[in-house]
Design a binder for this molecule. Structure first.
Ligand code: XBP
Ligand code: MG
Length: 257
């Protein structure tokens, strides 16, 4: 039986990447006097690397003008990441990063049904806090029975550690949970911990080949375009009953863009 919803953050709760983290990284480069800029296409490639600091290091590995020594790169990545997080918080508090349509409603409907919820992300805690405090209020943490962030794990998604930690904290078996993810790396992380997952496609992962979800669709705001199709209901958006049905059916689906 479904007992907890485990929400991913970036791409799932909000489209944080293109207009949030990416823009903030570019401001950090500028503030640091670096000529580096990540356009939307390059950032899409870099998103294969999870973790902002790790993403910076991956980019530096491909640059001729990055520091040569590994510890200098590490120090630069740490400093740029710290600056980036500050700019990201500014963007979030300025109202530039709304929740995706249907997210707030589903969080509230699940809570009203007594379903527990958790956050399972490999993003830094400060960024999760900025986004959720802005949209759910300073007491946002009270809504979630567990919050696992990037700092809590040795290996970020697609490693399953973040999901295993959440389950251990909740004292639940994987099949009691349903993960809500937007990317392949998130889906792989959930499946690696045996947690069933639905995929709500986001801008950067709209075309990705996804395997082993119990449902894949274009967003929580609509019941159209989901595979498997939800049972006929009057609602326009994905409902808690749809989640319960998909979880109970546990029919593995994949999608090739
Ligand atoms: C998203 C990520 C993060 C963000 C940036 O993970 O990979 O690295 O892009 O955040 P998820 P940080 O979808 O699991 O939330 O700079 O804090 O890493
Ligand atoms: Mg995501």
């Amino acid at each position: 039986m479904l007992q907890v919803l485990l929400w991913d953050v970036d791409g799932t709760l909000a489209e944080t990447e293109r207009d949030g983290h990416r823009v903030a990284f570019n401001r950090a480069f500028e503030a640091f006097g670096l000529p580096w800029r990540w356009d939307e296409v390059r950032y899409g490639e870099l998103l294969r690397v999870t973790g902002g600091r790790e993403r910076l290091l991956a980019d530096m590995a491909a640059r001729a003008d990055a520091p040569v020594l590994a510890d200098e790169r590490e120090a630069l990545a740490r400093e740029l990441h710290r600056l980036k997080n500050g700019f990201y918080a500014e963007l979030v508090y300025g109202g530039g990063i709304p929740l995706r349509d249907g997210v707030r409603e589903l969080i509230e409907a699940a809570a009203a049904r007594g379903l527990r919820q958790g956050i399972v992300t490999t993003t830094s805690r400060v960024n999760v806090d900025a986004l959720l405090a802005r949209h759910l209020g300073a007491g946002w943490g009270d809504r979630f029975a567990v919050v696992v962030c990037g700092e809590d794990v040795a290996a970020k998604k697609p490693a399953p550690e973040c999901y295993r930690r959440a389950l251990a904290a909740l004292r639940l078996e994987p099949l009691a949970a349903l993960a809500i993810e937007d990317s392949c790396s998130g889906t792989t992380a959930a499946r690696g911990a045996d947690v069933p997952v639905i995929v709500t496609r986001s801008a950067y992962f709209a075309e990705d080949i996804v395997d082993q979800a119990v449902a894949i669709g274009p967003g929580l705001h609509t019941r159209r375009g989901w595979q498997p199709a939800p049972a006929p209901r009057a609602d326009a958006a994905v409902t808690v009953d749809d989640l319960v049905d998909w979880h109970a059916r546990m029919e593995w689906v994949g999608a090739h863009g």
